[in-house]
Design a protein around this ligand. Structure first.
Ligand code: FAD
Length: 263
């Protein structure tokens, strides 16, 4: 049976206090959490709904970056004129998550907090070298995603926004599961002021970067420069959808397509 208290706090501080109960869970879009409850894979004592917390939704822009509130839905990011102009690859990625129902409920904060190995946002956050803001601190992309469904978030920590620096060029290519649209393999390539970043989702237990491709692309930003770079199959996901060998192959194919699309 379901047995939990439900609350709608009116501020981040109030939500954080409610999270003091170790068995309490935040709910954002509910697109992952509600199915998890229905499958009896989680049994929270409290559901803390972030829907009424002011200041967590919306997209803003300054000269160097676009900041997206944690409760902003995928559909709103995909349709945003600001994101489409400033970081078009990010808008395109968000606009192709799941189906319309998922895009109209799922949020960026829920997606990255959940850190599903096949989710799209982790690749964007890492490739674009974003910063995750919480009620307690700022966390760099490279240290945020720590493992399968694991992040650097601590107890009582709530994501409030994600800041994406503007980049010269970026593109995301996804080989999707035709039923769910989750990534069997997705590769996000970005040319940032600090160099090229290549982030892979879907292939392993957690998003990862491909250093050999980043070095090759920094010297020569063409698909040809990475055509011979294969990632090792060891540790990659292997399931009914794709073997580790096939996923390793797809990483190269998707990375080359992303570089070509940047051009
Ligand atoms: C059919 C289907 C298809 C999908 N396809 C895709 C796809 O193609 N690509 C993709 O990337 N995703 C896909 N998703 C996932 C979806 O995009 C959601 O982003 C994801 O389910 C979580 O977001 P949510 O807002 O619904 O979070 P919820 O389900 O409400 O929460 C998820 C987790 O995050 C925690 N959380 C939520 N908000 C915060 C916060 N601000 N701070 C800290 N913790 C928080 C919750 O406590 C919970 O543990 C799919 C989902 C479904 C159901």
């Amino acid at each position: 049976m379901y047995e939990f208290d439900y609350s709608r706090p009116a501020s981040v501080d109030e939500a954080a206090r409610a999270l003091g109960d170790a068995e309490a869970k935040l709910v954002a879009g509910g697109m992952t959490l509600i199915p998890t409850l229905k499958l009896r894979l989680a049994k929270p004592s409290q559901l803390i709904d972030l829907a009424a917390v002011p200041g967590l939704t919306g997209i803003s822009e300054d000269a160097n970056a676009v900041t997206i509130g944690a409760m902003t839905r995928h559909g709103d990011v995909g349709r945003s004129d600001v994101v489409k102009r400033a970081i078009p690859a990010l808008a395109a990625m968000a606009g192709h998550i799941g189906d319309p129902a998922v895009r109209n409920r799922g949020t960026i904060g829920g997606s990255i907090a959940n850190n599903d190995p096949a989710a799209d946002y982790p690749a964007a956050v890492v490739a674009l070298n974003a910063t995750v803001r919480t009620n307690k601190r700022e966390i760099t992309a490279d240290s945020f995603f720590t493992g399968l469904f694991e992040t650097a978030l601590g107890a009582g920590e709530i994501i409030t926004a994600v800041r994406f620096p503007k980049v010269a060029q970026a593109n995301y290519q996804k080989f999707k599961n035709p039923a769910s649209r989750y990534a069997i393999v997705g590769v996000f390539v970005a040319r940032t002021p600090a160099g090229v970043r290549v982030a892979v989702t879907g292939a392993g237990p957690c998003v990862f970067r491909v250093a050999a491709m980043e070095t090759a692309l920094a010297a020569n930003f063409t698909a040809d420069a990475i055509k011979d770079i294969q990632i090792p199959q060891d540790g990659l996901n292997s399931d009914i959808h794709a073997s580790a060998e096939y996923r390793a192959h797809l990483v190269n194919v998707m990375a080359r397509r992303a570089v070509q699309a940047c051009a």
